[in-house]
Design a protein around this ligand. Structure first.
Ligand code: GCO
Ligand code: MG
Length: 401
């Protein structure tokens, strides 16, 4: 089999997505997700200017070799643009192989290690009461794990709390400016979880995202104060660059830690994993360069009892969601999968076999990834420029977002 062509599509069915389609001489095609929120066109350029010309004529079954061709062979390595492009290629190649061998991708990854994939959605509200109501709504829908974020009294805006119908950080126009106070957040958050836990009881897993806004010692304080409410995890407590930070956090709390939705290679994790400083890996198949590289991350993590907990915000397309579900079904050290529903228009553009039932998701048994791309429909939703926000302290200092 040979790769005859590859094309990139940018569409905006409810939000922007970058889709790569790889065609072969046997009529089989594969699709991959290259979406990088707010930087979509940079990935398109990387794919079109460099990757696609170098893909033509290759055997799509040689996934490992092609992965290294675009990682080692590129010379300029790593970074979110590069690794999202590599991931798009890699997903499409696994999709082709599954279709050619007439088997779902999870079978190529070792087969089913479990029946279904536990997922968590986002619950949020402007107040503690509204947040509890939202958590309860998800519990009533069958979820067994829920992330809870709440508006903070005295702050105009808070990460994870939507003003509109659904939470979507990327907005049209120039970047929105959020307002932040560490003191207000740290004083408020333990009260939030005390009330949420009281309201829903002990059986539901609760998660929370700090979105990189704390120093290590502040993270230690928050983790310690949240211990009575036994969170499933506390996510991205500090900015992600300094892995050593987590030594200090770990000394102060037994609250489990999840890290790395912005990471893009295993090298971002080596200290965190080998010193057992974290419990869950947040890097997604999309950000981490594809299934091929995430297999290596998961294998390293398994030796150190670290589990997967992949990023699954709605700015990762249904193709990444499908790839994650196949991966999660197969890998032994699976932990949990984030599941933020896509806009209805996106589900129409990406028809898929995966489904949700009673807190768990299932990739379905179609050959390949089990997700398709409706080009004609996609063309009716042109790209819309949108940027992620920035965050400032109350005195105007630009802060981590
Ligand atoms: C999460 C994330 C998202 C990101 C978003 C950025 O845990 O789901 O933090 O909400 O902010 O994916 O594009
Ligand atoms: Mg997050």
């Amino acid at each position: 089999m040979k790769i005859t062509d590859a094309k990139v599509f940018v569409c905006s069915p409810g939000r922007n997505f970058v889709t790569l389609k790889i065609y072969t001489d046997e009529g089989i095609y594969g699709i991959g997700d290259g979406t990088l929120n707010g930087r979509e066109k940079s990935v398109v350029s990387y794919l079109e200017d460099y990757c696609i010309p170098c893909l033509l004529g290759r055997d799509p079954f040689q996934i490992e070799d092609i992965w290294h061709y675009f990682y080692k062979g590129a010379y300029w390595r790593r970074g979110p643009v590069t690794m999202s492009a590599v991931a798009a290629i890699d997903m499409a190649l696994w999709d082709i192989k599954g279709k050619a061998l007439k088997t779902p991708v999870y079978n190529l990854l070792g087969g089913k290690s479990r029946q279904g994939v536990m997922v968590y959605p986002h619950a949020y509200g402007e107040t503690i009461e509204a947040t509890i109501e939202n958590v309860q709504k998800y519990v009533d829908e069958g979820y067994v794990a829920v992330r809870a974020q709440s508006g903070i009294p005295g702050l105009k805006s808070t990460y994870g709390v939507a003003k509109g119908k659904t939470y979507e950080p990327a907005q049209r126009g120039m970047p929105t400016e959020y307002e932040w106070s560490t003191e207000k957040y740290l004083n408020f958050t333990p009260k939030l979880f005390q009330k949420v836990r009281d309201a829903i009881g002990d059986d539901i897993h609760l998660l929370h995202d700090c979105h990189h806004r704390l120093t290590p010692i502040e993270a230690g304080r928050l983790g310690k104060e949240l211990e009575p409410y036994h969170l499933f995890w506390l996510e991205d407590t500090t900015p992600a660059e300094l892995q050593e930070s987590f030594r200090l956090i770990r000394k102060h709390t037994t609250t489990p830690l999840a890290v790395g939705e912005v990471f893009n290679t295993v090298y971002d994790y080596t200290t965190l994993i080998t010193e057992q400083l974290i419990d869950y890996i947040r890097m997604s198949i999309l950000r981490g360069g594809g299934i091929t590289s995430m297999q290596k991350v998961a294998a390293l993590a398994s030796i150190y009892q670290v589990r997967t907990g992949f990023h699954g915000a709605s700015d990762l397309s249904p193709i990444t969601m499908a790839a994650a579900l196949h991966f999660n079904l197969a890998v032994n050290n699976f932990g949990i999968q984030e599941y933020m529903k896509h806009p209805a228009e996106a589900n129409d553009v990406f028809p898929h076999a995966y489904a949700f039932e009673k807190g768990y998701m299932y990739p379905g048994d179609e050959p390949g990834l089990g997700v398709d791309f409706n080009e004609e429909l996609a063309a009716t939703y042109p790209y819309q420029r949108a940027y992620l926000p920035v965050n400032r302290k109350e005195d105007g200092t630009l802060f981590d977002w």
